[in-house]
Design a protein around this ligand. Sequence first.
Ligand code: ARG
Length: 434
Amino acid sequence: MLFMRRFLFAILAFLTINNFTVAQGKLKAIKAGKVIDVVNGTVLTNQVILIDSNMITDIGSALSIPANAEVIDLSNAVVLPGLIDCHTHLTSQPSGDYYGDIFRKSPIDIAVTAHIYAKRTLEAGFTSCRDVGAPAFVDVALRNAINNGEVEGPHMEVATLFIGSTGSHGDLNGFSPFLDWQMPKQMSGVANGVDELRKQVRYNIKYGADVIKFGASAGVLSEEESVGGPQFSQEEMNAIVSEAKMWGRKACAHAHGAEAIKMAVKAGVASIEHGSLVDDEGIKLMKQNGTYLVSDIYDDDYILSEYSKLGYPEKIINKEKMVGKLQRENFEKAVKAGVKIAFGTDAGVYPHGWNAKQFFYMVKFGLTPMQAIQSSTINAADLLGWKEKAGSITKGKWADLIAVENNPLNDITVLEHVKFVMKDGTVYKNELKH
Ligand code: ARG
C-alpha cells in the first residue's frame, strides 16, 4: 500500500514538474524594434511577436506579454522572417581537389560533412532551403535528421538525384570510354526517353524527393561541350514534369540556354534555375506562365577568383567566362519585365553560409532592397509550396525569424551579418548586444 502511494505520488510529481517545464519553455515573446513586413512591403516599429513552441501565435504593437513567457529583447534590432534559399547543395562544396571530389569520395564522406554545411546555412540566417540535387539520398537523410531534431539545420525541401540525359550536366564527362563510367544507381539520375524518365521520377519520389530537378540544358561546372544546348527533347521534359505533377511534386529545371529555358517553361516547370541566356521570348513565356526565375548571380565572382586555385579544369572556367556577365544582364531584363524572382544561390559552388552575398547583386541588377528580401522570403515560400508555413512573420507560421543590427532596406549587405537566428521557436544564434 505504502509502495503504491509512493508510486502514485512519484508519477504525479513527474507530471507536474514536466508540465511546468514545458509551459515555461514554450512561450516566448520577442520585442522587436523594427520588423520588415514582407507581405505589405513596409517596416513596422515596436512590435511584439508571440511564439508558442514552434509557431508564431501573434504579432502586433499592443500585445500583452503573458507572465510565463520568456522575453527576448530585440528592441534595438531589425527583425525579418527567416531567409529561404531555393537553390542549395548542402551535401558538398569544393575541397580543392577536383578529381578527388569526383572519384575518391563515397556517399559516406559526403554524409559526414553535410551536417556542418547545414548548420552554417542556418547560422547565416537561412531557416529554409530547397536543396536541388545530391547523391545517394544523403539529402533525404539530412532533412529527416534535421526534422527529428538530431542535427541543426534549415527546414529542407529536397530533390534527391539530379535527372539528366546520358552525357549531360548530370552525367560525368571528359573521361575515356574504356572506363565505361557508370555511376551506381543510388548516385546517378541519368535517364533517357519517356519511360526511363518516368521511372526515374518515381524512383526519386519513392526514396524521399519533395521536388524534381532535371537538367534542361548543359551546365558550367561540368565537362560537356556547350553551356546552353538543350539536353532533353520537349517530349522528355513534358514527361518529367507531368510525372512529377502526378505525384504532387513541382519540377524545376537547370537551364542556362535560351532554347532549353523555353522548352522547360512549356513543359510546366515551377522554376528555371540559372536562366543565364534567357531571351525576350523566354522572358515573355516565363511571365505568362508565372514561372519563377532562380538565378545564382553571385557565383561568377567566386568561380572566376577561386576555381583555378581549386583545381578546376580551364575548360570549365572558360564556360563561366561565357555566361557569368550575361546572366546578370539577363537577370536585370527579366526583373524589368516583371518575371517572378525567387532567391537561390547554388550554395556549395562557394562555401556554405555565404548565401546572403547574392543580395548585393540582386539589388545592383534591378531589384529594390524590399523586393530582394521578398524574393528570399514570401516568394521563396511560394515556390517551395510553403506559403502557409513560412516566408513571413504571420500568425500560424513557423517561428522562423532573424535579426540584424541595421536596416537592410538602406544597405542590403547587412544581411551578410545576421546576428540572431530563431528556427521553429528555438534560438540558434544571438550575438546582439543590448
Ligand atoms: N551549377 C551551375 C552549373 O554548373 C553553376 C553555374 C555557376 N555560374 C553562374 N554564372 N551562375 O551550371
